[in-house]
Ligand binder design. Sequence first.
Ligand code: NAI
Ligand code: 15L
Length: 269
Amino acid sequence: MKKILLTGSAGLIGKILRSALKGQYELIRCMDVAEQEPGGQGEEIVQCDLRDVEKLRHAMRDIDTVIHLAGISVEDSWEKILPANIEGCYNTFDCAHQAGVRRMIFASSNHAVGFHRRERFIDTQVEPRPDGRYGVSKVFGEALGRLYADKYGMQVACLRIGSFRPDNKPADVRQLNTWISHNDMIRLTKACIDHAGFHFEVIYGVSKNLRNRWDNTLVKHLGYAPQDNAEEFRDEMFAKGIKEDPVSELFHGAMYCPMEFVGDVDKIQ
Ligand code: NAI
Ligand code: 15L
């Protein structure tokens, strides 16, 4: 029986994981800067900002595994990304290390590799290619994960999540590739919590979509077996029409790529 700290537990993914993991482990400590529903049996509620190192350290006591979801979850200004996703992510890894946490499951994003060309499949070893400040913060988090695994022996899994939606279905034609269902997100998280032992892993958080372009072959040993397929929403998504920006449609990161874009797409090969 494990004790788990779930950061970002008041958010979209956090709420789903909170209810799915409840009762399956000895303790789920739910931490967020936002207010939360009171804790039930096997749950503790902590209100804490990732910048509050003292409180964060306290939240790590007796924890085996941290699931780190908290932070800015979309492209935003540096003023917002810096404290939450850079400083806050560092604080989370370092407080976990100091408290003797064995395993970290870090919510990275497909936007860490968003400027790879969509015409190519990408695997878990492609070089970082962030498509914005948010993507840079996810590359930073993955780099921290590599450091804390190599230097401090922490087991780290970085989940490059695709598109997780409140209504549990894709929003557009692109998300027929990138969608992850709620149940597959739960499966992926549980695979990483329950695994006997790993060093440092990167895995795409995507369902078993017919149009998936992200290759998890190298991390089959993690035991993530997605069951859902966005193709069931195909007709509904195509009926909405394809209105993608010409820069967006070239790259895996899609809508984040044209933001502020003044580059030369021919040079992004
Ligand atoms: P969300 O925005 O719904 O939840 C994020 C939570 O973090 C919120 O409850 C917020 O209060 C909390 N938070 C923000 N700053 C904080 C701080 N300084 N201290 C403590 N808590 C703070 O995001 P969502 O969609 O649930 O995503 C969770 C994680 O997964 C994020 O790291 C996001 O980047 C990542 N992700 C999500 C994807 C999606 O499709 N939803 C896709 C790829 C990655
Ligand atoms: C993400 O990283 C974001 O958290 C989410 O809001 C979506 O934009 C998602 O990626 C996506 O690429 O669809």
